[in-house]
Design a protein around this ligand. Structure first.
Ligand code: AMP
Ligand code: ZN
Ligand code: FE
Ligand code: FE
Length: 289
């Protein structure tokens, strides 16, 4: 029997992916995955639909979320796995984060208009369809208008940190982000650690030394953006800090070309044992009944 595989980092139409949550579950089953997590940015709106379809298909589903935090190491992304959307205060905080996104999106459109590239919010929202709207949707609208030839060009020229229409948005501090996820019952993961600006093994070591005392529990060792060397040092640092290793493709459908569900850029094979270790960690962390 082939080894069972999983994917613990995916996005749907609820944020900046292009598959409906149920479609994502069907694609996960078709890809032969045994389990997957939906981890949309700042929203849990897709979880019920994805979970229901996964159940129908006999696929294990882990409800998740991804939030961004601002640190001295730049913008970091945290995943919460097994998040409880009904936890007190959780929905209100997410709504606040999404309002901050909306405000930022309007500011980006203002800047673009001043640059001679007018876009209407309606166009952006047509492309978004979910409740967490962001730069990938603006990139798609820029392409739709023929202002740029590709998503990549949209980010490089306008939307990336050094782009002409960049606007920062409100983000939590790392400790606030970790607290938010922990209070919602989630296992906390530092996502794609090597995507943070100028991240080296040494800097990641320093970053983990800061985050672990605030309750970080796991590290995304396997990710579509990691080269073999990064994967290796992430695994070593996870071991050094007692963090559980996780992995996911960060699949966004057509919003991230060349990244497939389960296998990423054909560099991922995440075994089911990773999920078993995470579950065991949760069982151990639970207070005695
Ligand atoms: P936002 O959530 O609105 O800040 O947009 C961030 C998302 O845009 C990330 O999750 C990535 O999927 C995507 N993104 C960020 N930077 C780039 C880039 N330079 N090129 C392409 N996509 C990017
Ligand atoms: Zn995304
Ligand atoms: Fe991310
Ligand atoms: Fe992601």
């Amino acid at each position: 029997m082939p080894e069972r595989r999983i994917d613990l980092h995916t996005h749907s139409l609820a944020s900046d992916g292009t598959d409906a949550p149920a479609e994502l579950a069907r694609k996960a089953a078709a890809a032969g995955l045994a389990a997957f997590a939906l981890t949309d940015h700042d929203t849990v709106a897709g979880l019920d639909e994805a979970g229901a379809e996964a159940e129908t298909l006999g696929l294990e589903f882990i409800p998740g979320i991804e939030i961004a935090v601002r640190s001295d190491f730049g913008e970091l992304h945290l995943l919460g796995l097994w998040v409880n959307p009904a936890a007190p205060g959780f929905a209100a905080t997410l709504a606040e984060l999404r309002r901050a996104r909306d405000k930022r999106n309007r500011a980006i459109l203002d800047k673009l208009a001043h640059l001679g590239l007018p876009l209407s919010m309606a166009e952006v929202l047509t492309l978004a369809r979910g409740e967490a709207v962001g730069r990938p949707h603006i990139a798609a609208a820029l392409r739709g208008q023929g202002y740029v030839r590709s998503r990549r060009e949209a980010f490089e020229r306008y939307l990336a940190r050094d782009g002409k229409a960049y606007v920062p948005r409100l983000m939590l501090d790392p400790n606030q982000g970790l607290e938010l996820l922990a209070a919602a019952g989630a296992t906390t993961v530092l996502a794609h650690p090597c995507l943070a600006p100028a991240m080296t093994r040494r800097r990641l070591d320093q970053l983990l030394a800061l985050l672990c005392p605030h309750g970080l529990q796991a590290l995304e060792v396997w990710h579509c953006s990691h080269d073999p060397n990064q994967t290796r040092f992430c695994l070593e640092l996870a071991s050094k800090y007692g963090l559980l290793p996780t992995g996911g493709s960060d699949y966004h459908g057509q919003n991230k070309e060349g990244v497939a569900l389960g296998t990423g850029r054909n560099n991922l094979r995440i075994p089911y044992s990773v999920l078993e270790a995470l579950r065991a960690g949760r069982a151990k962390g639970r207070p005695p009944a």
